[in-house]
Write a protein that binds this ligand. Structure first.
Ligand code: AMP
Length: 276
């Protein structure tokens, strides 16, 4: 696997890719099988797969969260090599950002709903770094996990606004055997938290199995109660919304998604399920 740490060498390498079709997987490292599944999906439909590992400071609104974000780079490189990833881009922060850099993209209300409400500024940071990564790597396809559902909608909006020549592919959520969505943050869960965290995926499955478009508010309410009554779990939101707009479901909605965010012990977790 080629490993690049500077923009220049990465840009030069991909500027000379010729006819190759490139697939890109952006990550913040602390890789798990969820990340690896994106790389495998990319390998199936492209000739060369590039993964980035960059813990992006501008998307963290809590400095403590940024500080304690896991960074096991040697283990990550090993996993990528085992998976047959072709290129890793792993830049330091000063390679990606100049001092006092400004960025604002008009993402509309997608930016302020759900995650945006609880993590103000998060999606400006996400689009800022993904814009830079797309510009450096210029991938033909970029693979993102459904795990961060709202993130895909936001990145899609950015790609449309800026007319970027990349196709986005949404990949399914990988779960542990007991249903917990894989996440780099799961390592912060104590055994007590780990058990309590199962209420999130259980409640999403319950909502999917009991979905009734005429009774969404009752389902939401009951789901919220199920989560809030679990010890050690503090619910931030449980929503059932239109899968494209994240607004309330209407008769025009083509997809419906249930999304949840909660603090389990000291760890903030998100999860979702496509209902319809
Ligand atoms: P992260 O390193 O958390 O920024 O995630 C990098 C990419 O991996 C994003 O596109 C995530 O949506 C995706 N991802 C994270 N967890 C999972 C999972 N459990 N299953 C599938 N994809 C995931």
């Amino acid at each position: 696997m080629k490993i690049f740490t500077t923009k220049k060498e990465t840009e030069t390498y991909f500027a000379n890719k010729g006819e190759k079709v490139t697939g890109f997987v952006a990550t913040m490292g602390a890789l798990h099988q969820g990340h690896i599944s994106l790389i495998k999906q990319a390998q199936q439909s492209t000739n060369e797969v590039v993964c980035s590992i960059f813990v992006n400071p501008t998307q963290f609104n809590d400095p403590k969260d940024l500080e304690k974000y896991p960074r096991p780079i040697a283990a990550d490189i090993n996993m990528l090599e085992q998976t047959g990833c072709d290129v890793l881009f792993n830049p330091p922060v000063n390679e990606m950002y100049a001092d006092n850099e400004k960025w604002h993209l008009n993402l509309g209300d997608l930016e302020h709903l759900l995650e945006g409400e609880f993590r103000p500024g998060h999606y400006q940071g996400v689009t800022q770094v993904v814009y830079k990564l797309f510009s450096i790597i210029k991938p033909d396809f970029a693979f993102f996990g459904q795990k961060d559902y709202q993130q895909i909608l936001v990145i899609n909006k950015m790609v449309e606004l800026l007319n970027m020549p990349v196709k986005l592919v949404m990949c399914p959520i990988l779960r542990e055997d007991d249903g917990l969505a894989m996440s780099s943050r799961n390592i912060h869960l104590t055994p007590f938290d780990r058990e309590n965290a199962l209420i999130l995926s259980k409640t999403l499955s319950w909502a999917k199995n009991n979905f009734d478009s005429n009774n969404i508010s009752a389902i939401k309410q009951q789901a919220g109660q199920m989560i809030s009554s679990q010890p050690g779990v503090e619910l931030e939101y449980f929503e059932i919304v239109d899968g494209q707009t994240l607004h309330p479901v209407t008769s025009e909605s083509k997809t419906v998604v249930a999304l949840v965010a909660a603090r389990v012990g000291k760890t903030r977790l998100i999860d979702n399920v496509l209902i319809d």
